[in-house]
Design a protein around this ligand. Sequence first.
Ligand code: NAP
Length: 270
Amino acid sequence: MSEWTFPKGDLMKGKKGLVMGVANDRSIAWGIAQQLAAQGAEIAFTYQGEALERRVRPLVESIGMSKMIPADVSNDADMDSAFERLASEFGSIDFLVHAIAFAGKEELQGSFVGNTTREGFRRAMDISVFSFVDAARRASALMTDGGAMVTLTYLGAERVVPSYNVMGVAKAGLEAATRYAARDLGPRGIRVNAISAGPMRTLAMAGIRGGKQLMSTGRDWSLLKEDTSMEGVAGCALYLLSPLGRSITGEVVHVDAGFHVVGVPDMQEP
Ligand code: NAP
C-alpha cells in the first residue's frame, strides 16, 4: 500500500462526486480520492473491467466507500449505464475527477511522425480527450447546485518531450477542452480545471519508453530538486474541487516541483 499521508478536515463534507481512473494503489486518481475522502467527500468510482474490480475494490473499501461502477470510456453504452447508476445512487453530484488516458505502446516511442497511425491517433484522442468532454457533459447534468471538475494533463502538451508523441497532442487537446468546458459550464457555477502533474511512477508512466529518464530529469532539473509528490497533486485537486478554489476556472495548474519554468538546467561550474 502507498505511504502517502493526507491532511484530514471538513472541506469536502457533504460533497458527493465521481472519480474516474483508479487502476491500482499508485494511480493519481487513487491519491486524489484518498485526499478528498480525508476531507469528508463521498465518492463513487468507475473502473474498467473485471480484473480491475478485484484490484480496486479493496482500495475503495479501505476508505469506507463502496460505490463502484464499471465503465470503459470508449463505449457509449457503458457511459450511459454508468451515469444512470451514478444518478440513481447519488442523485446530484458536486465534483468530477477525470484521470484517464491511453495511447498504444508503439505510439509512445521513437518518431512521432513515423509512428502515429490513424487508428492510434483516433484511439488516443477518444480515450484521453473525448472521454473528458463526454464525462463533463454527463456529470454537469447532475451538478444541480454548481460544482467543480478536474482532469490530469502533462507538460508534453506545451513542450516537446521524447516518446510522449501522440499523447502530447492529446494533452494539448485536453487542455483546450478544459477551457471550452469552463466557458460552457461557468454560467451554471461549474468550474473546470486541469492539473499538469510532473512525472510520477504509475502504470501509465510505465507505458512510455524512457519513462525512467523522464522521472530522473523531472527531479534533477526541477527547482525543488525532488519528484512530484502525490500529496502535492492530490492537495491541488482538493484546492480546485473545494470552496478554496472559488473563482478559479479554465486553468492549467502545474504541480511539478517547478520543472515547467526551467529554460536551461543548472550548469556545471567551469
Ligand atoms: P494509471 O494509474 O495507469 O491511470 C490511468 C487510468 O486510465 C487507468 O485507470 C486506466 O484503466 C484508465 N483507462 C485507460 N483507458 C481507459 C478506458 N478506455 N476506459 C476507462 N478507463 C481507462 O496512471 P496515472 O499516471 O495515474 O494516469 C492518470 C492521469 O494522469 C492520466 O490522464 C495521465 O496522462 C495523467 N498524468 C500522469 C502523469 C504521470 O507521470 N504518471 C503525469 C501527468 C499526467 P486501465 O488500467 O484499465 O487501462
